[in-house]
Design a protein around this ligand. Structure first.
Ligand SMILES: Cc1cc2nc3c(=O)[nH]c(=O)nc-3n(C[C@H](O)[C@H](O)[C@H](O)COP(=O)(O)OP(=O)(O)OC[C@H]3O[C@@H](n4cnc5c(N)ncnc54)[C@H](O)[C@@H]3O)c2cc1C
Length: 292
């Protein structure tokens, strides 16, 4: 199928882009890599009256490490971040998760900001950003605001962004010393959307106990799900195999209400959540110990 007719704009600056979004209101949609939006338009699941193409805005593409962390421009291609040494050093969870996002051809075109703004519950990057407590910088004609990942994802394909707002930057803080991370998922074929995915970050305290833990889950709810009960069981505890297993079981039994669909039953998703969370936490604590 072909998309319904639409107006097309090619702004050269963020300023011009947000002016166009303000002018066209609900009718307009930003176009990033087009890897989700264009298929949706072709199937007429999306019928925006106007596309504001961000691909010519050079100021939105960068990966930079700073004293306190890493910043990524919203239009940075997923593949660029996957290959970035700075990302690997400062935010290795992002680098570890990136190869699970679709296929290289799609990552060559798909953007980090596009994946986050699209907010697919089966997407890897929203969960990674939630685990890392990312902050998202949004710009509109009226000004700018910073939105914590915890307040950004509102439901399936829904975010806190207004129709006139553009996601312009993703900011990630450096992890404290003695931190570890892991991303794991199960998909039917590599590159498919995950049946379940787990992003885990942990920090050890000076005594070797778990000082902090964040576990964000993919494909088990309306958006990325933070496993808060599992994390609460770990904080203050010694990260023994039993403690990790108890936390993983809590993630599967208490933190999620997974959907059933043609790909997997709810029971299978719970089982995958328990197994993957246990393995991801195990790996994350191993890395935290190695960093000690
Ligand atoms: C075959 C296939 C397999 C895929 N598999 C996976 C997978 O396993 N995991 C996964 O995570 N993704 C997968 N994807 C999706 C892919 O990662 C997309 O690149 C991503 O979801 C959207 O990024 P994009 O840059 O292409 O955004 P677009 O498709 O251009 O935009 C997506 C949505 O976000 C909005 N948007 C984009 N940028 C901004 C911005 N800066 N500010 C505000 N709104 C914005 C658009 O208006 C649109 O509504 C797959 C895609 C395909 C075609």
């Amino acid at each position: 199928m072909k998309p319904a007719p639409f107006l097309y704009f090619r702004p050269a600056t963020v300023e011009e882009a947000v002016a166009l979004l303000a002018e066209h209101g609900d009718e307009a949609k930003p176009l990033a890599g087009g890897q989700s939006l264009i298929p949706a338009m072709n199937f007429r699941l999306a019928r925006p009256g106007a596309l504001v193409d961000l691909n010519w805005i050079a100021e939105l593409s960068y990966v930079r490490s700073q004293r306190d962390g890493l910043v990524i421009g919203a239009m940075t291609r997923q593949r660029t971040v996957e290959r970035s040494e700075e990302a690997r050093r400062v935010a290795p969870l992002v680098s570890e998760a990136m190869p699970f996002v679709a296929h290289p051809q799609i990552r060559n075109r798909g953007t980090v900001g596009g994946s986050i703004a699209h907010a697919d519950p089966a997407a890897e990057l929203p969960a990674v950003m939630l685990a890392l407590e990312a902050r998202f910088r949004a710009r509109s004609h009226a000004g700018e605001r910073s939105i914590p990942a915890g307040e950004f994802f509102k439901g399936a394909l829904e975010t806190a962004l207004g129709p006139d707002e553009l996601l312009v930057e993703i900011a990630l803080s450096r992890r404290p010393p003695r931190s570890g991370h892991a991303f794991m998922e199960v998909a039917r074929r590599h590159g498919d959307y995950a049946l379940v995915g787990v992003a885990a970050v942990v920090t050890l305290d000076p005594g070797g106990r778990c000082g902090a833990a964040r576990i964000a889950l993919v494909s088990v709810g309306d958006g990325p799900v933070l496993a808060t009960r599992a994390a609460a069981l770990l904080v203050g505890a010694e990260p023994t195999a039993d403690a990790i297993r108890a936390a993983a079981d809590a993630a599967a039994r208490q933190d999620i209400d997974p959907p059933a669909d043609i790909h997997a039953s709810a029971a299978y998703r719970r089982q995958l959540t328990a197994v993957l969370t246990r393995r991801a936490l195990g790996r994350a604590f191993e890395r935290a110990n190695e960093a000690a």
